[in-house]
Design a protein around this ligand. Structure first.
Ligand code: BES
Ligand code: ZN
Length: 425
């Protein structure tokens, strides 16, 4: 499999901005009070903070601090890692680099390992040093399955056709790269589209999450819980795509229009059925996952900082290529074993699908950001790790390559519907 190896640049200081609406400019996030954060962001921008840059220069000599496994650094060897370590534990080392050196490192790792980099970049040393710590433990939770009638009624409404059309729409952008014009346009389209799905439901709001360091915005649709609105269940996946970097064509139909299309279908079914959750639901399309989980890291860190009571997170990344014998594979590393087991039980209770587990071996997608911040997360995946779509991160990651249909993604939409109804009760 050919993978683009992105560089990572985590930005611990976030700016959080709501797209304003006429009625309540700050209350975009009903159910969770994030107004203090928005206010801070506004004050920062009033007191001289720059506007979001349209296209920040990719290369610069700003320092960055990367965390990398000591094995990888040793295997790469050479002059690159002769510099002094800025911190380390028995597995991971931290080094200071220039931003412009990140691409060199990505290239070197691609040549050497033919896989994802396994390094993360941070814009401050304290942020990088956090990668040396174990992620905080996830609070224990009791799962149950007792919403049969509601779930079965909603499952009947889940349709392949609407998933197909969402994949098609998203894959029609030249790319959804996190710094490109079409990457920005795709995020704006999704915002408008989710606004349309929310029409007529005052309990549903849509907002963008603006990132300080790059122009693509994440999109958040919130369904306010009727009984326990402070408890939050998160479902989503990454909006961006990449193939070769920069503005190159990157349809990203499987990776990850298919995950956003599944998220979109769950929202559509929820609205069409009139379903109202007892707890708050947040559907999130993350920006800049391919650039090192940057959008989700910033959002999950902000939820943690604000004390948001996240009950669980379901990451949808690559759902429409059936590469292996079973239907659904749960990624077993950087996820919650308890929540994965619960999802397996949901599959048994509500579908005739088969499932198994597989490992990424590194923090391969946005679930890892939620795990790092102490929240239970899962990634139900399209195949065994080694048998996933061979076209991702290439110009051939198209709907046509997947037969122009979405029967596999449909299974993930059904699982996600069962998950939200049984979680947010
Ligand atoms: N969808 C992939 C993750 C993935 C690929 C999971 C193949 C399982 C099998 C994701 O968008 C991605 O490309 N992730 C990067 C790493 C990330 C930290 C930037 C990758 O795997 O190269
Ligand atoms: Zn990817």
């Amino acid at each position: 499999m050919r993978r683009f190896l992105p560089f990572f640049l985590a930005v611990p200081v976030f700016l959080f901005a709501a797209r304003t609406t006429a009625s309540s400019p700050l209350d975009f996030d009903q159910g969770v009070d994030v107004r203090p954060v928005i206010q801070q962001a506004r004050e920062a921008s009033v007191s001289g903070g720059a506007a979001v840059p349209e296209m920040p220069p990719a290369d610069s000599d700003n320092p960055v601090w990367i965390s990398i496994t000591r094995n990888d650094a040793a295997a790469l060897g050479g002059e690159f890692f002769k510099r002094a370590v800025a911190g380390q534990n028995d597995k991971i080392s931290i080094y200071e680099l220039k931003t412009s050196e990140l691409d060199l490192l990505s290239d070197a790792m691609q040549r050497k390992f033919r896989r994802s980099p396994g390094f993360f970049a941070h814009d401050s040393l304290p942020s990088a040093l956090q990668d040396l710590e174990e992620p905080p433990a996830v609070a224990a939770k009791t799962y149950s399955i007792d919403q049969g009638e509601k779930v079965k009624a909603m499952l009947k409404l889940v349709k392949e056709d609407s998933i197909i059309s969402a994949i098609d729409r998203l894959a029609s952008y030249k790319n959804r790269y996190y710094r490109s014009a079409t990457g920005i346009a795709s995020s704006k389209w999704l915002y408008d589209h989710w606004k349309e799905l929310a029409a007529g439901r005052p309990d549903i709001t849509v907002a963008t999450f603006r990132h300080n360091a790059y122009p693509q915005e994440s999109v958040i649709l919130t369904v306010r819980g009727t009984a326990e609105p402070d408890k939050v269940v998160v479902v989503g996946g990454h909006l961006d795509s990449v193939a070769g970097g920069g503005d190159s064509p990157a349809p990203g139909a499987d990776d990850n229009a298919s995950g956003i299309a599944v998220t979109d279908e769950v929202i559509r079914v929820l609205a069409a059925s009139g379903y109202k959750p007892a707890q708050t639901l947040k559907f999130i399309a993350f920006a800049a996952e391919e650039a090192g989980l940057r959008g989700s890291r910033e959002i999950a860190a902000s939820f943690k900082k604000e004390g948001v009571a996240v009950q669980g997170m379901l990451n949808l990344d690559m759902t429409n290529y059936k590469g292996s014998a079973e239907d659904i594979y749960f990624i077993s590393d950087n996820t919650s074993a308890d929540q994965n087991a619960f999802l397996g039980k949901l599959i048994a209770a509500y579908t005739d699908y088969t499932w198994s587990t597989t490992r990424c071996g590194y923090g391969c997608s946005d679930h890892a950001s939620w795990t790092r911040n102490g929240f239970a997360s899962s990634l139900p995946f399209e195949a065994k790790f080694s048998e996933c779509s061979p076209n991702i991160h290439t110009v051939n990651d198209t709907l046509a390559q997947m037969g122009g249909r979405a029967p596999h993604a449909l299974k993930f939409a059904k699982l996600a519907v069962a998950y939200i109804v049984e979680m947010a009760k």
